[in-house]
Design a protein around this ligand. Structure first.
Ligand SMILES: N[C@@H](CCOP(=O)(O)O)C(=O)O
Length: 675
């Protein structure tokens, strides 16, 4: 890990920076004659494309413009800290302007909104309001978080908000991944990592840093903001703090985060401490530090963060036109996010935007699985674990701070916890990448959970399922390089795709390309023409297919040849064309010529009896193992060829010594077969 040397003297002088000079200035935009207010009563949803809109001034930026249109009417919405899962009758609560992370009893806090005030509008009102703000540059609603401001931090002044217009992340229809690997048609990946700093942490950090900005303007004693991190939280914290001119301090476990994650806070000017411990050790330190120094805690122990993160759930509903998916699968480490998703969905149900919530699945790496073990024990006593190294390094956490929140969320939505081994998560990541994504290992954990729940029949092929991708794959290139170079000990790296080294010679390149174009791998592309769905359980196995283009006519047949054949109708020739067959060559049909016959694709009839004498060792005693079949045939050259093929169809170099002693072909004596 790179070591960083920053001067500590300037950081710990505790001088408040001149905020005016540091404040981010959004770009100047032409001001349009749009009348709108922050309560959304007139949101200008259709104004930007109206021909009657005229630019009248150009000197205002979007923040100035929002300020000018600030509503004069009193804000009816509010929120407070209360003890998390407080017993009925509890009156303990705190203003969001207090610096407090724990309840009197030492438990977690939660941000409680005045739901009665929010209920003064019905679900349709909120749906329309949120929808009207998407895709605009209006400050601060251009952010997917602040477009739900009334449900996030209703009382903050728009001027105090520090935003990179985060959120509104892509909800990707994982069409090919779903169909190819899972037989699913309605699988989606919420790419929260396609974001300002490359992870979902931006959603929470815009809220937390905005509140810090407000506290500092109120002259509250907040000198800087600090976090422990496995890489993503620190990247988000440092970027948002840099944007607002607020010092940030990040504590990282040495050698346990990716280079891309490490360089983010360094580049954004954070004070970076690389500490020889794991994340749980760093978390303990930051808790102690923030209780001693005027440094505001930015980890999700601070419930403000979850107010931003919950908007990803609202956004998913919005992207489905307010239809509720059946499942949402979230990778889990420190476990704030699984609760944030639950809270977002629950608020939408309670406020009448939707009538139910999805079932949540929390997916953990098997090397850092305290929640999984807790779930498997029937939610008996929780025991932290020592988290072992995992490629899903951002969730290498053994003592998650939000364990109570996660258990609450999962129990209240009939949730499930799954785990993924290192090989499973890396394979799943590579499979997703092979279908056009570029996901992080944590998404591999979530996809593994999906594989397992599909194969157990818990998630049905038609269930609408969303996998939450938490970070950008580019943060984890080293893991991908190791995988594709097959450089990971004890891992088969089944889906690796290493580059082919070829000399700079036309013929050599052509040979390699011809090999590739004839490969099995490329033939699989027929899936773009046919939509295959394979189903298999204990009682039945079958597949169905349909044509993407209904103008095509096609038929499948299996006949006495032992081959399954797929024909397409050629309109020009008025005949069936053999499009695909498997096994491709007649002689590849298992035992087509019986136990001792010789199959030769190049002659008719294909099957012949061997001539001469063959002396061989026991065919089952060769190194390819009993799963391999031996076949032999005459090639056009007249030489005798032997091939050994295992059940997966891989051609193996035969180690079996089959000696062709005296073969007579056309009365000639041949020498050794072509081994
Ligand atoms: N994966 C996290 C770990 C800290 O979690 P947080 O949600 O409490 O910030 C990270 O990126 O640091």
């Amino acid at each position: 890990m790179t070591s960083c040397s920053f001067s500590s003297s300037s950081l710990f002088s505790f001088n408040l920076p001149n905020q005016n000079s540091l404040h981010r200035r959004p770009p100047t935009l032409p001001r349009h004659a749009i009348v709108s207010s922050t309560d959304g009563s007139s949101n200008g949803a259709s104004s930007s494309s109206s021909p009657t809109v005229k630019p009248t001034r150009t000197e205002d930026n979007i923040r100035d413009e929002a300020r000018r249109h600030r509503s004069a009417s009193a804000n009816p919405f509010s929120a407070r800290y209360v003890p998390f899962n407080a017993p009925p009758g509890s009156t303990e609560s705190y203003s969001l302007d207090e610096v407090v992370y724990r309840s009197e009893s030492g438990g977690l806090l939660d941000v409680q909104h005045d739901l009665d005030a929010l209920r003064s509008h019905d679900g349709a009102y909120w749906r329309n309001l949120f929808d009207s703000r998407v895709g605009k540059t209006k400050w601060p609603y251009g952010s997917g978080v602040w477009s739900k401001k009334e449900w996030v931090l209703p009382e903050i002044d728009d001027d105090d908000i520090v935003s990179a217009f985060e959120g509104n992340s892509n909800l990707f229809w994982a069409e090919r991944f779903g169909k190819t690997f899972l037989g699913m048609n309605d699988l989606w990946v919420k790419h929260c990592g396609i974001s300002h700093t490359g992870s979902f942490k931006d959603l929470g950090m815009t809220v937390l840093v905005s509140q810090v900005n407000r506290l500092r303007k109120m002259n509250k004693p907040v000198v800087g903001v600090g976090c422990a991190s496995t890489g993503d939280t620190s990247a988000a914290l440092s970027a948002y703090c840099a944007s607002a001119g607020i010092p940030s301090i990040v504590i990282l476990p040495a050698n346990k985060i990716s280079m891309a994650q490490l360089v983010q806070p360094i580049a954004n000017g954070a004070f970076v401490l690389s500490i020889d411990t794991d994340f749980d050790g760093c978390m303990k330190l930051i808790r102690e530090i923030t209780s001693e120094l005027p440094i505001y805690l930015a980890n999700s122990l601070n419930s403000l963060r979850l107010e931003g993160q919950k908007t990803a759930a609202i956004e998913i509903l919005q992207q489905f036109n307010w239809q509720v998916p059946d499942w949402v699968i979230v990778p889990g480490g420190n476990l704030g996010n699984i609760y944030a998703f639950y809270k977002g969905f629950k608020m939408c149900q309670e406020l009448g935007l939707v009538d139910r919530i999805p079932r949540l699945v929390c997916a953990q790496a098997a090397n850092a699985n305290p929640l999984y073990l807790h779930y498997k024990s029937g939610w008996k006593e929780f025991k932290p674990v020592k988290a072992n190294a995992t490629f899903a390094s951002a969730i290498q956490i053994g003592d998650p701070v939000s364990i109570d929140r996660a258990v609450y969320a999962l129990r209240n939505c009939d949730g499930i916890v799954e785990e993924a081994t290192e090989e499973e998560l890396m394979d799943a990541m590579a499979q997703a990448d092979s279908t056009g994504m570029f996901v992080c290992p944590h998404t591999g954990v979530a996809l593994t959970a999906l594989f397992k729940l599909r194969s157990q029949g818990v998630i049905a092929p038609t269930d609408r399922t969303v996998v939450v991708s938490t970070a950008h794959g580019l943060k984890f290139t080293q893991a991908k390089i190791d995988y594709h170079s097959k450089a990971i000990p004890d891992m088969a790296c089944r889906f690796s795709n290493p580059p082919v080294e070829v000399k700079a010679d036309f013929g050599a390149v052509m040979d390699v390309l011809k090999g590739y174009l004839g490969s099995e791998e490329l033939r699989e592309n027929i899936q773009y023409i046919y939509n295959y769905c394979f189903f298999s359980d204990e009682t039945e196995s079958y597949f169905t297919y349909s044509l993407y283009n209904h103008a095509n006519v096609s038929r499948f047949a299996m006949d006495v040849s032992g081959q399954i054949k797929q024909f397409t109708w050629l309109n020009n020739n008025n005949q069936w064309n053999l499009f695909w067959s498997q096994p491709r060559q007649q002689c590849q049909v298992y035992a087509y010529c019986g136990s001792f016959g010789i199959c030769n694709d190049k002659s008719q009839p294909f099957c012949q009896c061997p001539q001469g004498e063959i002396e061989s060792e026991d065919p089952t005693n060769h190194q390819e193992g009993p799963d391999s079949t031996l076949s032999s045939r005459f090639a056009t050259s007249g030489t005798f060829q032997i091939s050994v093929e295992n059940r997966e169809g891989f051609q193996l170099k035969p180690r079996l010594l089959l000696r062709w002693l005296r073969a007579r072909s056309d009365g000639k004596e041949e020498g050794m077969g072509d081994l």
